[in-house]
Write a protein that binds this ligand. Structure first.
Ligand SMILES: Cc1cc2nc3c(=O)[nH]c(=O)nc-3n(C[C@H](O)[C@H](O)[C@H](O)COP(=O)(O)OP(=O)(O)OC[C@H]3O[C@@H](n4cnc5c(N)ncnc54)[C@H](O)[C@@H]3O)c2cc1C
Length: 402
C-alpha cells in the first residue's frame, strides 16, 4: 500500500463534531475512548460524501475486502438522492424530484440489489399561453404553430440560442425554451454554451413521457432506504465536514466527492453553480393541483419560479388514495454561495477552464481521487453517476491488487 494521506489543514476540532463522533464510534465499534481522531486505526479508504458516487465506491471497495470509512457533512446519508415524508404522509425528494431511468440492464440489476423499483415514468408539462403543453415539446405543437418549418442545422452555432433555433421554430423557442433557460442560468440565452442544447429532445411524435429509457422507476420504499441499504455495514460518520477535520482522519487513500474548488480552499477562484430555493405549500382542501408531477413555468410573467412539483403524483394509486390534501414545491433558481446548495455546474468556457486547472492540481496529489458531480464539475444523471463510480471503484481495486 502507498503512503498514508493525512493532509492536515490545521482545521480546529469542534467539540460538537467530536461528541457526535464519540457517539458514532461507540455505536459502531464499541471501543472508542477519547475523541482524538475520527478513525483510531488507519483505514484503506476514506470516502468523503455519501451520495451515489461515494456510496457506490464505498460499497465496491468494502465488497472487495478493503476497510472503508465514509464521512458526510450533512445530517443524513445519501447525498442529493434523499427523501423525506411530509406530515400529511406525502413523501418528497429533499433536493428536487429525482426520476430514475437507464437503458442499461446491468445498472438496472445493480440498483435492484438495494431496493425493489416500482414502475414510474415521469410526464412533464409546460405552462404556455394559459395551457398545459407537453414537455418535451410535442411534434403536433410545432406543426400547429409553425406549419412547414424544418430544422436547419448550423455547422457551428456560437451559443445556446443559435443552437436551439437550429432545432426548433423561433416561436416555439421563445415560448418554451428562452425564458426557462434564462431563469435556470440567470443570464441571456446568447451567453450560454451551444453544447447545452444537446440535452434537448425535439420530437416529431407526441410521446408524453419525459424520457424513453428502457428501464424507469422509483425505489419502492424511497431513496433514503435505497441509499441506506447500499451503505449497509459500512462505517459512516454524518454531520462531519471533512475539510474542517482533515487532520483527524487517517487513511491510505482519499476519495473526495465534494466540490473540487472547495477542497483547494477556492485558491484559484470559485466555480459557478446554480441551485434552487424550494418553497413548499400544503393545500389541505385540494385533491390535486396540476395534471402531472412537474409543470415548468418558462414565462417570467407567471412568476419567478421555474417549476412546480406536485409530489402525490409519485405515489402509486393505492397509497395516494388515503391521503387528503396535496403538497407542492415551487423551485426558484438562484446562484448559491453555500457549497451545500450547489446543484448545476455553469455551462461556459471560463468555468470549464477553471475546473480543468483544479482537476490537474488534484491529479498531481498521490492517493487522492476527486470525483462525482461536484468533484468533476459535471451534471450526471443518477445512472451515469453510478456507472462512473463503478468504473472508478474498479480502477482503485485493480490498483490495490498490483
Ligand atoms: C435538482 C436536481 C434534480 C435531479 N434530478 C435527477 C433525475 O430526475 N434523474 C436523475 O437520474 N438524476 C437527477 N439528478 C442528478 C443526481 O442528483 C446526481 O446524479 C447525484 O446526486 C450524484 O451523486 P454524487 O454522489 O456525485 O453527488 P451528491 O449526491 O451531491 O453527493 C455528494 C455528497 O458529498 C457530501 N460532501 C460534500 N463536501 C463534503 C465535505 N467536505 N465533507 C463531508 N461530506 C461532504 C455532500 O453533503 C453530499 O452528500 C438531479 C440533480 C439535481 C441537482
Amino acid at each position: 500500500m502507498a503512503a498514508a494521506v493525512n493532509s492536515g489543514d490545521g482545521g480546529k476540532r469542534d467539540e460538537t463534531a467530536a461528541s457526535r463522533l464519540a457517539g458514532a464510534k461507540n455505536a459502531q465499534a464499541g471501543e472508542f475512548k477519547a475523541p482524538l481522531r475520527y478513525n483510531d486505526s488507519m483505514d484503506d479508504y476514506l470516502i468523503v460524501g455519501s451520495g451515489l458516487t461515494g456510496a457506490v465506491i464505498a460499497r465496491a471497495l468494502s465488497d472487495a475486502g478493503h476497510s472503508v470509512l465514509v464521512a458526510e457533512r450533512r445530517s443524513h446519508a445519501g447525498g442529493n438522492v434523499h427523501e423525506q415524508t411530509h406530515a400529511s404522509g406525502i413523501p418528497f425528494h429533499t433536493y428536487g424530484p429525482h426520476y430514475f431511468r437507464t437503458n442499461s440492464e446491468k445498472l438496472w440489476d445493480y440498483v435492484h440489489r438495494f431496493a425493489k423499483f416500482r414502475p414510474f415514468e415521469a410526464v412533464l408539462k409546460s405552462w404556455v399561453d394559459g395551457r398545459y403543453e407537453n414537455w418535451p415539446i410535442a411534434g403536433s405543437y410545432i406543426r400547429r404553430t409553425a406549419n412547414g418549418w424544418t430544422p436547419s442545422p448550423t455547422a457551428t452555432p456560437q451559443n445556446f440560442e443559435e443552437a436551439s433555433l437550429a432545432m426548433m421554430p423561433r416561436v416555439v423557442y421563445e415560448k418554451f425554451v428562452k425564458g426557462y433557460s434564462e431563469k435556470q442560468w440567470g443570464v441571456p440565452a446568447t451567453a450560454l454554451s451551444a453544447n447545452l442544447a444537446k440535452r434537448f429532445d425535439v420530437r416529431e411524435d407526441d410521446e408524453p413521457r419525459l424520457m424513453r429509457h428502457k428501464f424507469q422507476g422509483l425505489p419502492e420504499n424511497g431513496y433514503s432506504a435505497f441509499m441506506a441499504k447500499m451503505l449497509d455495514g459500512i462505517r459512516i460518520i454524518v454531520g462531519c465536514d471533512y475539510l474542517k477535520h482533515r487532520s483527524e482522519f487517517a487513511a491510505r487513500h482519499i476519495v473526495f466527492t465534494g466540490p473540487i474548488d472547495e477542497y483547494f480552499g477556492f485558491e484559484r477562484g470559485r466555480l459557478k453553480y446554480r441551485g434552487q430555493r424550494r418553497e413548499h405549500q400544503f393545500l389541505p382542501d385540494a385533491e390535486w393541483h396540476q395534471p402531472c408531477i412537474q409543470v415548468n413555468n418558462p414565462d417570467a410573467a407567471n412568476g419567478p419560479h421555474i417549476r412546480t412539483v406536485e409530489w402525490k403524483h409519485l405515489l402509486p394509486p393505492e397509497q395516494r388514495d388515503g391521503i387528503s390534501g396535496t403538497l407542492l414545491t415551487r423551485e426558484v433558481t438562484v446562484t448559491p454561495d453555500d457549497p451545500n446548495e450547489y446543484e448545476y455546474p455553469f455551462p461556459d468556457d471560463a468555468n470549464a477552464k477553471l475546473y480543468g486547472a483544479y482537476a490537474e492540481q488534484a491529479r498531481s496529489i498521490p492517493n487522492l481521487l476527486i470525483c462525482g458531480r461536484l468533484g468533476e464539475y459535471c451534471y450526471y444523471d443518477m445512472d451515469q453517476a453510478i456507472g462512473r463510480a463503478q468504473v472508478l471503484a474498479q480502477r482503485l481495486i485493480d490498483e490495490a491488487a498490483r
